[in-house]
Design a protein around this ligand. Sequence first.
Ligand code: G3P
Length: 231
Amino acid sequence: MQIFLDTANLAEIREVASWGVLAGVTTNPSLIAREGGDFLETIHEICEIVKGPVSAETVAPDVEGMLREGRLLATVHPHVVVKVPLTEAGIATTRRLADEGIRVNVTLCFQASQALLAGLAGAAYISPFVGRLDDVSWDGTDLIRQIVGVYANSATIHTKVLAASIRHPLHLVDAALAGADVATAPYKVLKACIRHPLTDSGNAQFLADWAKVPERDISLLVEKWRAKRRS
Ligand code: G3P
């Protein structure tokens, strides 16, 4: 499973990109509005940092508007993936843009039947919202499993399952176990994926024990060891 970052915050993207595990970024109108700034400059800068798929969402209510916005967004950078909501207009737009070779991420997916139609329309990605289903006591991970199963039974659907609305590290693990191709998580969730109190305490103990070693500068130790082997 690949990891995308769900944010429009450039500092967060630069930090996670420096870890060497970031495969893409997803944005949406709320995330863009939260950061402010120039929408298209932000999308272009994200594409330059990540060098992977970057979702930029249309906001028009109808097919003609979504098509116009999607075609223009696709010109901003080769890495742009056009995002549309899972509505009738979104499905129709997905079909038209996919036929033009423009990748589409169909978002706000909450049931497998929606994902089936998005896949048949040629979506590059489907974004089931795991966290928002869990928020209302539905099993968001079960939706991932259903979509993976529906797509696996189709010879014509090549849509990638992009688990979204990730609330905590277990959502990432569950999405991976359920067969999602990608999970897009907020910065704070990816940071939480790394941190564990036992890791921190264990590392502190290693360093405390090492501090008792008389010669403990590893760089110097290696240089002295090499010099001794050469002599
Ligand atoms: O990409 C979709 C994601 O941003 C939605 O997350 O936390 O608003 O449900 P959330």
